[in-house]
Ligand binder design. Sequence first.
Ligand code: 5RP
Length: 231
Amino acid sequence: MSTTPATPVMSQDELKALVGRAALDYVEPGQIIGVGTGSTVNCFIDALAGMRERIAGAVSSSEASTQRLRAHGIPVFDANDVGDLAVYIDGADEIDPRGYMIKGGGAALTREKIVAAQARRFVCIADQSKWVGTLGRFPLPVEVIPMATQRLIRQFAALGAQARVRLRDGAPLVTDNGQHILDVTGLQISDPPAFESMVNDWPGVVTVGVFAHQRAHVCLLGTPEGVRTIT
Ligand code: 5RP
């Protein structure tokens, strides 16, 4: 672990900007970069714009990130048109010391997992509020096929958890893939790989927001003392 000095008092937004800039160290000239979704990644995209002439482009995990990348003049490629990516850079809602994460607060978890799987290295950028010992404090997002919603709510209830359909403007939020999101509270996920495999096997689940099989290899954690690099 190494620590880079930073300004002592920093807001959460400043910490996000700090790690967004720090992630540029993981971008090699000429590469196509895997790019995640969310407010921390937006800071990364804005920083990446400063070196857009030196990269080949990006594979994006959401319509929102695609729009932002294109607005900066960064070419966006279809995942099917490129091979393996050297690096995928994304945020997290929670990350633990093993690099296991909860993701999907921005409803982009399915494409995030797809792009992460295509990359050799996952670099997670997060402010220190995302650091946890055990996953489960943040409501776990699960993308589901709508006709399976009520049965899946009962399956989570059988685990002692409460699942609710995520709403936007009073109606179920519709993801970039045309599906719905359940947010699940009341979980303590002590064995993330086993939990991820179990929920992925439930019919009607598109993607569970536990990223254990696609864990982070590096975490750049924004703290008031600077960026902690955790590997
Ligand atoms: C989007 C995600 C984001 O990475 C996660 O929600 C963190 O977002 P933010 O950087 O805005 O805190 O998984 O689906």
